[in-house]
Design a protein around this ligand. Structure first.
Ligand SMILES: [Mg+2]
Length: 388
């Protein structure tokens, strides 16, 4: 009986081990122009078996739009990271992380973003190769869907209180129960009080049942941040994001001690080491790793585990295109301390159709895809039509 069982196990293992693993061969960068402010950089990682994995490398060049020259710079950065895997099995992700992480850490945000895009694509490929959704590789899901909050900032071109209120009302009408804006963009040209008035207008427009968050984009000093937070107490913010830069840990702690709102932040930090100071000092209540910059899916789960040990929740930064959104869904499917995900709201109607099947988003929620890998394929025709 023992020998029969061993034979069966051996056969199963032999089948898996004997199977040819797709080897990484080449890559293509797809730059897609969404709006005047938004370009999505989508990475296709090709293998010798014909299957492709997908990753996203957007938003590495600041909050302004990405230029064609910057897209070429990303193309260069990607070459160095793809080279680490050339000819290797797409399942060798630990090897990729060991070789790539030091380069990513030394190379700044652009390198970290290129590294993270390839990491994403490797999980997609591994899931496809093994015939399981990518989230299975991180222990399986604890949810089928996750609430999305609408980041209404980029879609709000009328930057007056009435303009923010109109976007907020529209997002709520579409089914979103949580919203975020960054009404201090352009500070100090626009005043702190103007941003405060926009935030108050959002609350007045949507009523008390909707969650409202604001992102200061690191515009304030400690004193300015405290003054504005006190003004905003009646608004009842779910969080107050990056009043100062996340690298200013002591300043963030100083603000957190003096205000009532939870602080969120960390969107451009890399790896567990990058997030360690904010966690160790309990500087934030909500940490915001971005799958495009933090090192990818496995890094996100490690950062979330470290945050959990410090009583900090995770709300991934995701003002991204559809590929990073699906990658994030697979990374957070099994995370206990993650309750909400960002979505860049109201940009272009064809966004969802870049993926086949269509991006799994409706009425303020995202469904976690159950097909192998990320469960997506790329609409090349549409991507060509909107090529940067
Ligand atoms: Mg932010």
């Amino acid at each position: 009986m023992f020998s029969t069982r061993r034979a069966v196990l051996g056969m199963a293992a032999g089948t898996l081990l004997g199977q040819a693993k797709p080897r990484v061969k080449d890559y293509t960068l797809w730059p897609v122009r969404a709006t005047s402010r938004t370009v999505w950089l989508i990475v296709q990682l090709q293998t010798d078996s014909g299957i492709s994995g997908w990753g996203e490398a957007s938003d590495a060049f600041g909050f302004a739009s990405t230029s064609a020259a910057q897209a070429r710079e990303m193309q260069q950065q990607l070459a160095a990271f793809v080279a680490l895997m050339q000819g290797r099995s797409c399942l060798d992700i630990a090897h990729y992380r060991k070789m790539g992480e030091p380069l990513a850490r030394a190379g700044g945000l652009t390198a970290a973003t290129a590294y993270s895009a390839v990491e994403q694509a490797l999980w997609d490929l591994t899931g496809q190769t093994l015939g399981v959704p990518a989230y299975t590789l991180f222990g399986g899901p604890i949810r089928d869907q996750i609430p999305l909050y609408a980041n209404i900032n980029r879609a709000t071109t009328d930057r007056s209180p009435a303009g923010f209120a109109a976007s907020a009302r529209q997002a709520v009408a579409e089914g979103y129960r949580a919203l975020k804006a960054a009404p201090w963009d352009g500070y100090p040209k626009i005043t702190a009080d103007h941003g405060t008035a926009c935030t108050q207008a959002i609350r007045a427009a949507v009523g008390p049942a909707i969650e409202v968050m604001v992102d200061v984009h690191s515009n304030f000093t400690v004193e300015e941040a405290v003054r504005v937070a006190k003004q905003l107490e009646p608004v009842g913010l779910r969080w107050y994001e990056e009043p100062v830069a996340p690298a200013q840990v002591a300043e963030t702690v100083a603000i957190a001690r003096r205000i009532r709102q939870p602080i969120a932040g960390g969107e451009f930090l890399f790896g567990v080491h990058g997030f360690l100071p904010l966690c160790r000092e309990n500087a934030v209540a909500v940490i915001m790793p971005d799958v495009k910059h933090c090192g990818g899916l496995l890094a996100m789960t490690h950062i979330a585990a470290m945050a959990e040990a410090h009583g900090i929740s995770v709300a991934p930064h995701n003002p991204s295109g559809p590929v990073a959104t699906v990658a994030t869904l697979h990374a957070i499917a099994g995370l206990r301390n993650c309750e909400i995900l960002e979505l860049q709201w109201g940009e272009v109607g064809w966004r969802g159709e870049l993926l086949q099947p269509t991006e799994p988003i409706q009425a303020g929620k995202a469904e976690i895809p159950k097909r192998p890998g990320f469960g997506i394929s790329w609409n090349e025709r549409l991507a060509r039509k909107h090529r940067l």
